[in-house]
Write a protein that binds this ligand. Structure first.
Ligand SMILES: *Cc1c(COP(=O)(O)O)cnc(C)c1O
Length: 365
C-alpha cells in the first residue's frame, strides 16, 4: 500500500481512518429528526471544548469554510451604530477589515507589520480616545506567520475598557487556550478542518447566548445571520438551510476522537512535540524561523527560505516524498515556507519528514 500524503499545510488536515470513513455512514435528509439531533450534539460538544464556555456561550453550526464563520460573526455582531476596531498583523486580520468594508460597517484598522506583535499601547490609545469603538476584532493565531497573538493582554485591555471582542480563532480552536472567562469575548469563529481534525465544509461560531438572542440587530445578510441559525438549532435542532451532512458525520467522529484523546491540552502538547522536533532538525540544517521561537503557536511554524533555495524546489522535493508544505502569502511568498502540525501525524511521519528535509537542504548546499 502506498503511504497517504501527509498534509503540513494549515488545514485541511490528514484525516484518521475513523473520520474519513464516517463520511460514508449514510444518506440523510437535513430536515429529519436524526440530523437535528446530530446538529445539537455537535453544537454541545463544540461548546464543551473549553470548560469556561459551556454556561454563557452557544455554538452555531454553518456550512462553509472558516472564512464564512468569520464573516457570519462580523455580519451578526459588528455594530452598525458604533465602530469596530480591527487589530491586525497578518492576512487574516486584514481580511476582516475587507469584510467590514464590503458590509459597509464602520470600522478602523490598526495594522502592524506581519512579522510584528500587535501593538497593545496603540490599542489602548484608540480605546481611550474613541468612545465610538464598541467592538475589537482580531485574530488569535495569525496563520500568516504562526504567531500566537497576546490575547490575554488584549482581552484584559478590552475588559478594562468595556469593549467586546470578536475573535477569529479558526486556526487555534481546539489546540490553544481560549479565555472565555477573561477575554471579554462576544463571539469566536472556528472551523471543522483545522485543529479539530474534521473535513472542510462546516464551520461554527461560539457566541454569548445573550448576543445570539438579541433581536434588535438588523441582519444585512440572510445566509450569514447567526441569530436565525441559533433560534433554529437551539430550538428544534433544524438548520435554516441545507447543511453539509456527510461533513457533519466526519466532524462528529473527529469530536469523539478529540474528547477521547484528552481535548485541547493534549492536542497542544502533541503539536508542540511535532513543532519542536521539526524546528530542531531545520535549525541544525541552518534554516531559521521568521519570528522568535517563543512567539509561535503550537499549531504552525514559519521558516525563512535560505539563499540559493526556491520554495518550488523545496515543495516539489517534499511532495515527491509524500509531504505537502505551504508557501508564504503575498509579500512573504518568496521568503518563507510554513509547516503546520495538525492532523493525523505519527512519530514515524515526523522522522521521515526530517529525513526528507535533511536530504533536501544538505543537497542544496
Ligand atoms: C484558515 C483560516 C481562516 C479561514 O480560511 P478558509 O480558507 O476559509 O478555511 C481564517 N482565519 C485564519 C486565522 C485561518 O488560519
Amino acid at each position: 500500500m502506498t503511504k497517504p500524503t501527509i498534509l503540513l499545510n494549515p488545514g485541511p488536515v490528514t484525516l484518521t481512518d475513523r473520520v474519513r470513513s464516517a463520511m460514508g455512514k449514510a444518506d440523510w435528509c437535513h430536515r429529519e429528526p436524526e440530523f437535528a439531533a446530530l446538529t445539537q450534539s455537535i453544537n454541545a460538544r463544540l461548546a464543551g471544548v473549553y470548560d469556561a464556555a459551556e454556561d454563557d456561550y452557544a455554538s452555531v453550526l454553518v456550512t462553509g469554510s472558516g472564512t464564512l464563520a468569520v464573516e457570519a460573526m462580523l455580519s451578526s455582531f459588528a455594530p452598525v451604530e458604533g465602530r469596530t476596531l480591527i487589530v491586525a498583523n497578518g492576512v487574516y486580520g486584514e481580511r476582516m477589515a475587507g469584510m467590514l468594508r464590503a458590509m459597509r460597517r464602520p470600522s478602523e484598522l490598526l495594522k502592524a507589520e506581519w512579522d510584528a506583535p500587535i501593538d497593545l499601547a496603540a490599542v489602548e490609545e484608540a480605546l481611550v480616545s474613541d468612545p465610538g469603538i464598541s467592538h475589537v476584532a482580531t485574530v488569535h493565531h495569525e496563520t500568516t506567520t504562526g504567531r500566537l497573538n497576546a490575547l490575554a493582554d488584549l482581552g484584559a485591555l478590552c475588559r478594562q475598557h468595556g469593549r467586546a471582542v470578536l475573535l477569529d480563532a479558526v486556526s487555534s480552536f481546539g489546540a490553544e487556550e481560549i479565555g472565555f472567562r477573561d477575554w471579554n469575548l462576544e463571539a469566536v469563529a472556528g472551523t471543522a478542518n483545522k485543529c479539530l481534525h474534521g473535513v472542510p465544509g462546516l464551520s461554527f461560531v461560539l457566541a454569548r447566548r445573550k448576543a445570539l438572542a438579541d433581536n434588535g440587530h438588523a441582519p444585512n445578510s440572510v445566509y450569514l445571520d447567526l441569530r436565525r441559525y441559533y433560534s433554529a438549532q437551539h430550538g428544534d435542532g433544524y438548520s435554516p438551510f441545507t447543511q453539509a451532512v456527510q461533513v457533519a458525520f466526519a466532524l462528529s467522529a473527529a469530536l469523539d476522537e478529540f474528547h477521547e484523546a484528552g481535548g485541547w491540552r493534549q492536542r497542544k502538547r502533541r503539536y508542540g512535540e511535532i513543532g519542536t522536533a521539526v524546528r530542531r532538525c531545520l535549525q541544525g540544517l541552518g534554516v531559521t524561523t521568521l519570528i522568535p521561537e517563543k512567539d509561535y503557536s503550537s499549531v504552525m511554524c514559519s521558516y525563512r527560505i535560505p539563499p540559493g533555495v526556491t520554495y518550488d524546489a523545496l515543495h516539489d522535493s517534499l511532495k515527491a516524498q509524500g509531504f505537502v508544505i505551504y508557501a508564504g502569502q503575498a509579500r512573504f511568498s518568496e521568503s518563507i515556507f510554513r509547516i503546520a502540525h495538525m492532523g493525523a501525524i505519527s512519530d514515524g511521519d515526523v522522522e521521515r519528514l526530517n529525513r526528507a528535509l535533511t536530504e533536501f537542504f544538505d543537497g542544496a548546499r
